[in-house]
Design a protein around this ligand. Structure first.
Ligand code: ZN
Ligand code: ZN
Length: 266
């Protein structure tokens, strides 16, 4: 999330962090065209939902951290096993990876979060536990009158809640949001066999957005076995559901950017 006058806020640190890093640096830093020319010091924040591989793999490949003055503050889920920094370093170290987080050139600082409300450089952040297979947070950020909720992995099947129940914490994250980025991994048919995977259906994502009075929903966390046509079919279905409740539905694609404006400035 990039807003004039504020440092960037990054949602999770998956493989998308690599192209985003090169976009910030302004040139490729690897591959045949790769260069290592100097670039300015990056300062930003990452809101980390949980420690599953698909949410952490991009960190070592985030080019801006190649500058010694760069800083990245990572706010992520408090772990039973110890401080988040130590638990993260447990998976980013030999033999799983050649280097540890503190061997990156720039400085990465980890901050333990739970059900918290805090401020980052003029941005209001709310973190709440959401239902998944490991301790997982959802986030809401508010800046310059625009609000975004991010619930990447959200599995109602990880609880005893009735199928369509929306927890109060989830409603607080998504309440009237300008954009809700939400898990939508499964079709209804797939969910019947995979309800315990820790993910949800596109129907449930629309339901959350409607219940919370959000205006726009981004279907996210597509199933790895789905091709673009599968996602298109899910999107058409979700748009029909969403239009009945005043929710504009989109599907996330690689490299997609969305511009949001404060209601008064529209
Ligand atoms: Zn996960
Ligand atoms: Zn995930």
């Amino acid at each position: 999330m990039e807003v004039d006058g504020h440092t960037p806020v990054i949602f999770d640190m998956g493989t998308g962090l690599r192209p985003y890093g090169e976009q910030i640096v302004g040139f490729p830093t690897s591959g045949p065209e790769g260069r290592t020319a100097p670039f300015g010091a990056f300062h930003g924040t990452a809101l980390l939902t949980h420690l599953h591989w698909d949410h952490i793999q991009g960190l070592p490949f985030f080019a801006p951290l190649g500058n010694a003055d760069a800083t990245l503050d990572v706010f992520g889920p408090r772990q039973e096993e110890g401080p988040l920094a130590d638990v993260f370093a447990g998976v980013m170290r030999p033999p799983y990876f050649p280097i540890c987080p503190d061997e990156l050139t720039g400085k990465v600082s980890f901050h333990d979060a739970g059900n918290d409300d805090f401020a980052i450089n003029g941005t209001k952040v709310r973190s709440r536990w959401v239902r998944h297979t490991s301790p997982t947070l959802g986030f809401r950020v508010e800046v310059e009158g625009v609000s975004i909720a991010y619930l990447s992995d959200h599995g109602p099947g990880c609880s005893d809640d009735p199928p369509n129940f929306v927890p109060q914490d989830v409603l607080e994250l998504c309440d009237g949001a300008d954009l809700v980025i939400h898990d939508s991994q499964h079709t209804n048919e797939e969910y019947e066999d995979k309800w315990f995977y820790g993910h949800c259906t596109a129907d449930y994502a629309v339901h959350v957005a409607r219940e919370a009075g959000a205006s726009r929903l981004m279907l996210f966390h597509h199933c790895p076995t789905h091709c673009d046509d599968d996602v298109d079919l899910m999107l058409i279905h979700a748009q029909e559901l969403g239009s009945a409740g005043g929710v504009d539905v989109m599907a996330a694609t690689e490299g997609l950017s969305v511009e949001l404006h404060h209601a008064l400035a529209r």
